[in-house]
Design a protein around this ligand. Structure first.
Ligand code: BDR
Ligand code: CA
Length: 312
């Protein structure tokens, strides 16, 4: 199994990524760390606890991290996600976060098992950057960092130029790409938009599973589905669960190439733009960017997780 931590701004597809980490037999999910992003911070925490309860795995520790980006004001994606839980997440009785701060927990867990722990970062990179600042050995201690963020010279989703996670905390993203991690990037466009969209047929198949987890999936994805259709995307998008899936199942990746990735922090129209340079510009690669996946196998993997009976 793969020891991992998921760093998340829990709403919709983040919940699905958590289900993958919690229930896929290939995963050994050691902790969930929370970072400011999609929806209000406390709502995100409720969404994470709700997901633990739905999965039947309430004992997985949740650590609260940075409540705002490093330098800038927090920007939400509530217009896309609603509350991120399809209205399901109320306070989850008996579930409380750990006392230790997420950044301390990340630094500690990586130092306790140097070279063993992978991190799946599916929100703004604030916690990861703060851990880099706190412990110069952090990047070395982490085995691999899988990041959902940026676009591979493609479209943004919050502005023309930028994908949400990098837009919200561009300084953090910039810090992380120059910190020396072994990085894999799952970008928004074109990868997620072309290869990790579940259209009506797939959504119907998932609903037909009739399990508690498939009902949960349908409910939490409803708000984003409505948003996606409004903007011309024909289905639900799954960037975060794809990021967890490619860590756990490398065979899902059909093509990934080395790139030098840097993030715009000064531009007027390009805040958070990910400049992905593919080797012709004389820059040393600092990341592997996923370019093509086995889309059908990814869908089958998610369906398999949703078909599972929840843990006892
Ligand atoms: C990313 O932003 C959020 O809306 C999703 O959770 C995903 O991590 C996509 O841009
Ligand atoms: Ca996310």
């Amino acid at each position: 199994t793969v020891p991992l931590v998921i760093d998340t701004d829990t709403a919709q597809d983040d919940c699905v990524a958590l289900l993958v980490g919690l229930l896929d037999p290939a995963a050994d999910l050691r902790a969930i760390t929370m970072v400011a992003g999609n929806v209000g911070f406390d709502q995100q925490v409720r969404n994470a606890f709700m997901t633990l309860n739905v999965a039947g795995t309430p004992a997985v520790p949740v650590y609260l991290g940075c409540r705002r980006p490093l330098v800038r004001e927090w920007v939400s994606a509530e217009d896309v996600h609603g509350d991120g839980s399809g209205g399901l997440a109320m306070a989850q009785e008996g579930l409380v976060p750990e006392a230790e701060h997420a950044v301390d927990a990340l630094v500690r867990m990586a130092a306790e098992a140097p070279g063993e722990l992978s991190i799946v970062a599916i929100g703004p990179l604030t916690n990861i950057a703060a851990a880099v600042v706190k412990d110069p050995g952090f990047a070395r201690n982490v085995k691999s960092l899988f990041i959902m963020g940026g676009s591979n010279n493609g479209r943004g989703n919050i502005t023309a130029a930028a994908e949400f996670n990098f837009y919200v905390d561009p300084e953090a993203a910039k810090t992380v790409f120059s910190a020396g991690f072994e990085i894999t990037v799952v970008p928004w466009d074109p990868l997620t938009l072309r290869q990790a969209v579940f259209g009506q047929e797939r959504l119907d198949e998932i609903a037909a599973l009739g399990t508690p987890l498939s009902r949960f999936f349908t409910r939490i994805c409803a708000a984003t589905l409505e948003f996606d259709r409004r903007v011309g995307i024909d289905g639900t998008t799954h960037p975060d669960s794809l990021t967890a899936a490619v860590l756990l199942h490398p065979e899902l990746v059909r093509r990934a190439s080395p790139y030098h990735v840097d993030v715009e922090t000064a531009g007027e129209l390009t805040r958070g733009y990910s400049a992905m340079s593919w080797g012709v510009h004389g820059l040393e690669p600092n990341a592997r960017v996923v370019e093509e996946i086995d889309s059908e196998a990814f869908y089958e993997l998610i369906k398999g997780v949703l078909a599972r009976e929840t843990a006892p």
